[in-house]
Design a binder for this molecule. Structure first.
Ligand code: 9MR
Length: 399
């Protein structure tokens, strides 16, 4: 193994601290080939026919947080303050299953910034107090994103003050929670190849107003504001064997490589993993190769927003749950096979509260409520819960 640089030693020490497990990633030289092509292998995907024979039996019914911890992994979920505050039954399930909480909205600009010169930390402080009381870790989402900006943003933020606004925002928000968060999604969703930027960058207010260096600047500012948090670049559309997602994986790898080479304090890739299965396009070896490439940059990986859209699955809930579970298990089997993957977070815990119920882009034509998460709307464990438990049970222990 090549001698790790002092930077990679630092990362590994920091990451070991987060997980309390002394994880040491193998840090190799980067072999980021622009046209990297992985062998095609979609044979292991279940067809609807063999879904019936598939067993989702679990060996343990311990909460996911405990099963994950036994492998040196974190399991957690995104949540709204209102669900925890107003729904004690849900809160109990959340604290039972999760080791880490991520606010679904409370740390976005539009929640935190009622006016250009005002911050409102009511909800995020409440969530942190909740997490501490229940013995959960907390992560931040997200410091720099093109969505969920306040209404005043467009008229107030200009090329003349954008850098100052972004830097002050990060200093204030990451600074307030310094030493208290496991990790931060520092920059979210910066890649959009269709926008035609030479580096594949999404045309966002941040790119327009500051230029491509906004990404490095955001990470450096976050590192100074909270030297203890694991700093994450988070993005979607990295999962499937389609030309669009293959190109996105390459663009993300190239972005990560540029950041690592520049000495940007970035520690992990967050893979959102909003999964679907309109067609079986998941290619295990291709996805595994991508994870290896990310790990070879000395970065950790978090699955940050996992859920499975069931908009195109049949109406019968038992059948639908099997299909959803199969997608979870196939995906997580590959993801957790990569030792650099340190955490799995689902985007919500129970079908009682899922953004997909509100998502106009992915409605079920029959109008039935979606079932994308590990617990159903009555808070019962579904086969998706089994699928997560099974992939955790089968993955290598992190050490
Ligand atoms: O689930 C979130 C939804 O409640 C919000 O209205 C929306 C805008 O803030 O964001 C959703 O969460 C997104 C996350 O922040 C980034 N990745 C995609 C998620 C689903 O849209």
């Amino acid at each position: 193994m090549p001698k790790p640089s002092s930077r990679s030693k630092l990362i590994n020490r920091r990451q070991a601290l987060f997980l309390g497990m002394g994880a040491v990633a193998s840090v190799g030289t980067t072999t980021l080939a622009a046209g990297l092509k992985a062998p095609r292998n979609s044979a292991s995907l279940p067809t609807v026919a063999n879904l019936q024979q598939r067993s989702f039996a679990v060996a343990s019914d311990l909460p996911l947080r405990q099963q994950a911890a036994a492998k040196g992994l974190l399991y957690g979920a995104a949540v709204l303050k209102s669900s925890l505050m107003n729904d004690p039954e849900f809160s109990q399930a959340f604290a039972r299953e999760c080791a880490i909480l991520v606010p679904e909205g409370a740390l976005k600009w539009d929640s935190l910034r009622p006016a250009p010169d005002k911050f409102n930390f009511t909800d995020s402080d409440w969530l942190l107090a909740y997490a501490r009381q229940k013995g959960l870790q907390m992560r931040g989402h997200t410091l720099v994103w093109h969505h969920a900006l306040p209404k005043w943003f467009a008229g107030t933020v200009t090329p003349g003050n954008a850098e100052k606004m972004m830097v002050e925002h990060i200093q204030t928000v990451a600074g307030r929670y310094a030493g208290k968060f496991h990790s931060w999604d520092v920059v979210n969703e910066a890649i959009a190849l269709q926008h035609g930027h030479p580096q594949g960058l999404r045309q966002t207010p941040w790119l327009d107003l500051i230029g491509p260096r906004y990404i490095d600047l955001a990470f450096r500012t976050a590192a100074a504001a909270d030297p203890n948090a694991l700093l994450v670049y988070n993005d979607f559309g990295l999962d499937y064997d389609t030309p669009w997602e293959s190109a996105r994986r390459q663009a993300v790898l190239q972005l990560l490589e540029r950041l690592v080479t520049a000495g940007t304090p970035i520690h992990a890739l967050g893979i959102q993993a909003h999964l679907l299965r309109e067609d079986p396009k998941f290619n295990p070896s291709q996805f595994q190769t991508f994870l290896r490439e990310v790990a070879s940059l000395g970065l950790k990986i978090m699955i940050t927003e996992l859920d499975v859209t069931d908009a195109r699955f049949g109406a019968h809930s038992t059948e639908r749950d099997r299909q959803v579970a199969a997608v979870y298990e196939d995906y997580l089997t590959v993801a957790l096979g990569e030792p650099a993957v340190i955490a799995v977070l689902t985007w919500g815990l129970s079908d009682r509260y899922t953004w997909l119920a509100k998502d106009k882009d992915r409605p079920r034509r029959d109008g039935l409520p979606p079932r994308p998460l590990p617990l159903d709307a009555q808070l019962n464990r579904k086969l998706a819960w089994n699928a997560i438990a099974r992939s955790v049970a089968h993955c290598p222990k992190r050490n």
